[in-house]
Design a protein around this ligand. Structure first.
Ligand code: UN1
Length: 478
C-alpha cells in the first residue's frame, strides 16, 4: 500500500515512519498507511509556514476567497466518497458521515466569504487632528490539533478561518483518523493554495503535538480534545505566550419536564446520547427527568434504544456504528461496571460480536442515579447516559449546573416560562430547547464555559477573535 504523505512546504513527504489506519467496524480492513511526522518534520513545516505567511496575508481577498470557495465546492461535490471514507475511518454511520462532510464543505464556503468581510473601524480621536483606525491582522502561524470524533468537520472549522484571516497553518490530526485531514490537504493543493500555507503533519501527540507546542514561531494553538491534554496545551502555550483556544469535554444535561412532549423528549435524548455512538463532546449524558414523566420516559427510552440497529458504519441498515477503538471500548465498559458499583440500574451497555470484527457496544442507560456519582460527573465519551429523577424545575436546573463542564444544555418542555428561565440560567455555551444537545449550525459561534472550553469561540464570524489580532493605529492629519 502506498504511504499517504505529510504535506510540508507544498511537498508530499513520507519520511521514516508510517502507521496503518484500521476500520473500527471491521479491523481486517486497512484504510491506508499514513506517514508519521518526526519533530524535525514539524520544524520544517513551521519554517515553511513562516516563509509563506506574509505573501498569503498580502494576497488579494478575491484570490483567497476563490481558493477557499473552490475547496468548499470540491468537498461538497465529493461528499459521498469523503463521507464513506470518514465512516470507514471513524465508525459513525454513513448518513452522519456525509452530513459531517457537507458541514465541512459549507464551513469552507462560509469562510471564503469572510475573506471579503475583514473590515475595521475608523474612530474619532479625543484629540484634534488625529484619526484612529482599528484593524485586524493575522495572528501568524497557527498550530491546529484535532480529535478523531469529527475528522473532517473540526479540521475544516479550524483550517478555514485560519486561512481566511491570512494565517498559515501546521495541522496535526488525531492519529486514529488521519485520512480525512489528508483528503482536505490534497483538496487545498488541487484548489490552488500556495505551498507552505497549509502543512499537514500526521502522527502521535507526544511527538508531533509536543513539537508544535514547543516551537517558538507558532503564535497560536487551536485544540479540540480531552480535558487533560487541553490543560497541558494551555500550560505550554502560557509558557511561550501563544494565543490558545481549547474545546474539551462535556457532561451535558437534558432536562425533561413533566409537560414535555414525550415524543420530542425521547427522540432528542436518543439522538443526543447515542448518535455518533455518543462520541461527541456535545452528547447528552445526563437526563434530568421530573418525577411525573420519569417512568414513562425510561420505558420509552429503553424501548427506543433497544430497537437501535447497531452495525458496521457503511451498512445502510445501521443506526449506530461501533466505538472508535479497543481502548475507548474498554474505558466505556469500565464505566458500565462502575455504574453498577455505584448502585445504578444498568440497561444495555454490553460488548457484542457484530457481523464483522469491530468494536461493538450496545447503548447503555443508567437509571436510579444521582448527580454526585462518578458516572454523572466524569465524561465517558461513549454510548452511555444516565437518568436522574428530580421533583421540579428548580431542582432540575441546580442538578444541570452541578458539573465542572459547561458546553451544551438542553430542556424539553412546552412551557415558555421554563424554557426562557432555562435559557438564562443554564451555565453552558449552547442551550437547546426541544432539540438534541448535539448537532450545531456552521455559521454561528460554538463553544462552552467552565471546564469545557477556554479562549475565544470557534465558528461563524466570531472565529476572528482567535484567528486575528487587533491593531489600533493613530494618524496625525495635521
Ligand atoms: C456537534 O455536536 O455537531 O468534539 C459538533 C465535539 C465537538 C463538536 C460537536 N467539538 O464533539
Amino acid at each position: 500500500m502506498q504511504v499517504k504523505a505529510n504535506l510540508i512546504g507544498g511537498q508530499w513527504v513520507t519520511g521514516q515512519q508510517a502507521q496503518e489506519n484500521f476500520n473500527p467496524s471491521d479491523i481486517s480492513d486497512v484504510i491506508g498507511v499514513f506517514a508519521q511526522a518526526s519533530a524535525e518534520d514539524v520544524t520544517s513545516a513551521v519554517a515553511a509556514a513562516k516563509d509563506a505567511q506574509a505573501d498569503w496575508a498580502a494576497l488579494d481577498a478575491q484570490s483567497r476567497h476563490d481558493i477557499l470557495d473552490r475547496t468548499g465546492n470540491t468537498i461538497l461535490a465529493r461528499k459521498e466518497e469523503l463521507g464513506a471514507l470518514l465512516a470507514r475511518e471513524e465508525g459513525k454511520i454513513l448518513s452522519e458521515a456525509i452530513g459531517e462532510t457537507i458541514r465541512a464543505g459549507n464551513v469552507f464556503k462560509f469562510f471564503a466569504g469572510e475573506c471579503l468581510r475583514n473590515t475595521g473601524d475608523l474612530v474619532s480621536s479625543v484629540r484634534p487632528g488625529i484619526d484612529i483606525e482599528v484593524t485586524r491582522e493575522p495572528v501568524g502561524i497557527v498550530g491546529i490539533i484535532t480529535p478523531w470524533n469529527f475528522p473532517i468537520a473540526i479540521p475544516a472549522w479550524k483550517i478555514a478561518p485560519a486561512l481566511a484571516y491570512g494565517n498559515t497553518v501546521v495541522c496535526k490530526p488525531a492519529d486514529l483518523t488521519p485520512a480525512c485531514a489528508h483528503a482536505i490537504a490534497e483538496i487545498l493543493m488541487e484548489c490552488g493554495l500556495p505551498g507552505g500555507v497549509f502543512n499537514l503533519v500526521m502522527g502521535r501527540g507526544s511527538i508531533v503535538g509536543e513539537a508544535i507546542l514547543d516551537h517558538p514561531d507558532v503564535t497560536a494553538i487551536s485544540f479540540t480534545g480531552s480535558v487533560n491534554t487541553g490543560q497541558h496545551v494551555a500550560e505550554k502555550c502560557l509558557q511561550s505566550m501563544k494565543k490558545v483556544q481549547l474545546e474539551m469535554g462535556g457532561k451535558n444535561p437534558t432536562v425533561v419536564l413533566d409537560d414535555a412532549d414525550l415524543e420530542v423528549a425521547v427522540s432528542s435524548c436518543l439522538n443526543s446520547a447515542f448518535f455518533s455512538t455518543g462520541q461527541r463532546c456535545t452528547a447528552s449524558s445526563r437526563f434530568i427527568v421530573q418525577e411525573g414523566i420519569h417512568d414513562e420516559f425510561v420505558r420509552r427510552m429503553t424501548e427506543e434504544m433497544s430497537a437501535l440497529k447497531i452495525g458496521p458504519a457503511l451498512d445502510s441498515n445501521s443506526q449506530m456504528g461501533p466505538v472508535v477503538d479497543e481502548r475507548q471500548l474498554v474505558s466505556n465498559l469500565k464505566y458500565v461496571a462502575l455504574a453498577k458499583e455505584e448502585g445504578a440500574t444498568v440497561i444495555g451497555g454490553e460488548r457484542f460480536d457484530g457481523p464483522t470484527t469491530g468494536f461493538y457496544q450496545k447503548p447503555a442507560l443508567f437509571t436510579d442515579t444521582h448527580n454526585k456519582m462518578r458516572i454523572n460527573q466524569e465524561e465517558i465519551f461513549g454510548p452511555c447516559a444516565s437518568v436522574i429523577k428530580v421533583k421540579d424545575f428548580e431542582e432540575a436546573i441546580a442538578v444541570a449546573n452541578e458539573t465542572e463542564f459547561g458546553l451544551s444544555a438542553g430542556i424539553c418542555t412546552q412551557s415558555l416560562k421554563y424554557a426562557a428561565a432555562f435559557k438564562k440560567r443554564a451555565q453552558a455555551g449552547l442551550v437547546m430547547v426541544n432539540l438534541p444537545t448535539a448537532g450545531i449550525d456552521y455559521h454561528v459561534p460554538f463553544g462552552g464555559r467552565k471546564g469545557s472550553s477556554y479562549g475565544p469561540r470557534e465558528q461563524g464570524s466570531y472565529a476572528k477573535e482567535f484567528y486575528t489580532i487587533v491593531k489600533t493605529s493613530y494618524v496625525s492629519t495635521g
